[in-house]
Design a protein around this ligand. Structure first.
Ligand SMILES: [Zn+2]
Length: 263
């Protein structure tokens, strides 16, 4: 189960979600409100943020390896990465099999893959804390999109990742992610990890856009659960609009992919 980088109109996680849905015998019912959700941003229609979605072009790529139901969860933040960062690929994870397309991507000479994971869980020679000289290659950040305990299992039981350098992040701030509790507060959510990676790769605008988009998404998502209207003039919304103006031809209020079809 996989989606390739920048193929098709739906983002990589949307396409992966469609494959998951097609392969399930029972429909996935997210917890919380059963009111209809926008199929594109996953938030209740009353709080849809599709018109605010930014998109950035980056040199770096993101490769999401997603556990079980992650693409189906309304609170999943890997989806936000695929929304914002053009070069995002998404694959489903299985303990017993690996997608050939994932192996092809990891072996593609245009990319230098890094498996982003805490260094304390890897053998010391694999661990790096900075990007290596790339010799014409572009960094590809491989993120395990899962709960923390699932991610550790994925890390241990994915031998096809064992040859990759492990990029160990040193996050300076605690997660601001409020949608899901983590067992350890210092863990960043997936889109925050991607933002840190993009900043390391010398892409500060993309990093900040992704970070602010998470704030805007969180605002809409959390307010929808409390039946409070989103504040379109709060600091995050204003910052997102300002970031869009920094890129010629990129307007946060313009639908980026008007031809995309939901579901
Ligand atoms: Zn929407």
């Amino acid at each position: 189960m996989s989606t390739a980088l920048t193929s098709g109109r739906r983002n990589a996680v949307e396409r992966l979600r469609a494959l998951f849905v097609a392969g399930r015998s029972k429909p996935f019912v997210p917890r919380g409100s059963h009111a209809p959700r926008c199929p594109d941003c996953r938030v209740l229609f009353s709080h849809c943020l599709c018109s605010l979605r930014p998109q950035v072009t980056t040199q770096a790529g993101i490769c999401l390896i997603m556990c079980d139901n992650e693409p189906l969860k309304p609170s999943n933040t890997g989806w936000l990465i695929a929304d914002v960062v053009n070069d995002t690929a998404a694959f489903g994870w299985s303990r017993t099999a690996v997608e050939p397309a994932l192996l092809t991507l990891l072996a593609d000479p245009q990319w230098q893959p890094y498996l982003v994971f805490p260094g304390e869980f890897a053998a010391a020679p694999r661990v790096v804390t900075e990007l290596q000289p790339l010799c014409g290659k572009k960094p590809l950040f491989v993120l395990l999109d899962a709960t923390w305990s699932e991610a550790r299992k994925m890390f241990r039981k994915s031998p096809y990742l064992d040859h990759l350098p492990v990029l160990s992040l040193q996050p300076e701030q605690l997660s601001r992610y409020r949608l899901r509790r983590s067992a350890r507060a210092e863990h960043l959510c997936t889109s925050e990890v991607a933002a840190v990676c993009l900043a390391m790769a010398g892409e500060p605008h993309a990093a900040e856009t992704l970070e602010v988009y998470l704030d805007v998404f969180s605002n809409h998502y959390l307010n929808s659960r409390q039946s409070v209207a989103p504040d379109l003039e709060d600091a995050a919304h204003q910052r997102l609009r300002g970031l869009a103006l920094l890129v010629p031809g990129n307007h946060a209020n313009t639908p980026l992919d008007p031809g995309s079809s939901p579901g």
